[in-house]
Write a protein that binds this ligand. Structure first.
Ligand SMILES: [Zn+2]
Length: 282
């Protein structure tokens, strides 16, 4: 009776107020500690959810960081390849200049040779050098095509770099804010949990904690239509009747969870009642 009005107004307990409202509406008398145990379960469930989320955030942040560093690394590698390409191209152009100088020297020498044989040999030499120039020009063309491709990739990446950095910064800030929100909510819930645990009698709290640790974090189970909704075992009729009152603390004989009763959805029944009433009023 007005045991915890503050909790009902606390926004963190809204989902729970919903659950309690659903179960305990109609002013039925409910065992006060049963209410607390259900609320405690809800708090523990949310704390576990928050712990999982808080635990997953560092990996998410690291993944973002590595996306950006991969992006920068790829850009850097391409820039290095382009610089190497340009250096190789300059070297090839230098080679052509050297060959051209040799050819020019050979052409001058053509006027100095004494025999036809020497003349033909010199022409042959010049043709060979010209062939070398064509081979090098083909290589330069390949370098130019490779450079075009690299420059395209680099331009594209550089135009995206600012956006990419902004995206990672924004996402990292979001994760940091989320972590803070989670931590704040967790802290409030743990303070609330302490209050609730203190308000329970020690035996009940021990049962709650023991079952929670032994049953995957869930120590409380709703009973619907005669079944424990956690272990799905049917309750004995006598036990079921006791649970239906919600005035006693009962544990499931199969899974040991603390049981509470949930009214079956009353839609069909409610609808026929409503129409019956409407008919009676006419
Ligand atoms: Zn059970």
């Amino acid at each position: 009776m007005g045991r915890r009005p503050a909790s009902a107004r606390d926004p963190f307990f809204l989902p729970l107020a919903g659950v309690c409202g659903m179960i305990f509406e109609g002013g039925r008398k409910v065992h006060p500690e049963l209410k607390t145990v259900i609320e405690l379960q809800e708090v523990d469930r949310r704390v576990a959810e928050l712990d999982a989320q808080i635990g997953s955030l560092p990996a998410e942040a690291a993944a973002l960081e590595s996306q950006l560093s991969d992006f920068l690394h790829t850009l850097e590698v391409r820039k290095e390849r382009l610089a190497k390409n340009q250096k190789e191209r300059r070297e090839l152009e230098g080679e052509i200049k050297e060959i051209q100088a040799r050819i020019s020297k050979h052409r001058d020498q053509l006027y100095e040779v004494k025999t036809n044989e020497q003349y033909r040999a010199m022409l042959h030499e010049i043709e060979g050098e010209e062939g070398n120039i064509r081979t090098i020009e083909d290589k330069i063309l390949e370098k130019m095509m490779e450079a075009d491709e690299l420059e395209g990739h680099i331009r594209e990446a550089e135009s995206r770099l600012a956006d990419e950095k902004a995206r990672v910064a924004k996402e990292t800030a979001r994760l940091r804010a989320l972590r803070q929100e989670d931590m704040d909510e967790r802290e409030k819930l743990l303070a609330r949990r302490k209050e609730m645990a203190a308000s329970l009698n020690d035996d009940l709290l021990q049962v709650y904690e023991r079952v929670r640790h032994g049953r995957g974090g869930v120590a409380v189970a709703a009973v619907r239509e005669g079944f424990c909704t956690e272990c799905h075992v049917a309750l004995r009729p006598q036990l079921y009747n006791e649970v239906r009152s919600n005035e006693v603390l009962i544990t499931c004989e199969s899974c040991s969870r603390i049981l509470y009763y949930v009214e079956p959805p009353a839609e069909s029944q409610g609808a026929s009642d409503a129409s019956g009433q409407a008919a009676a009023q006419q």
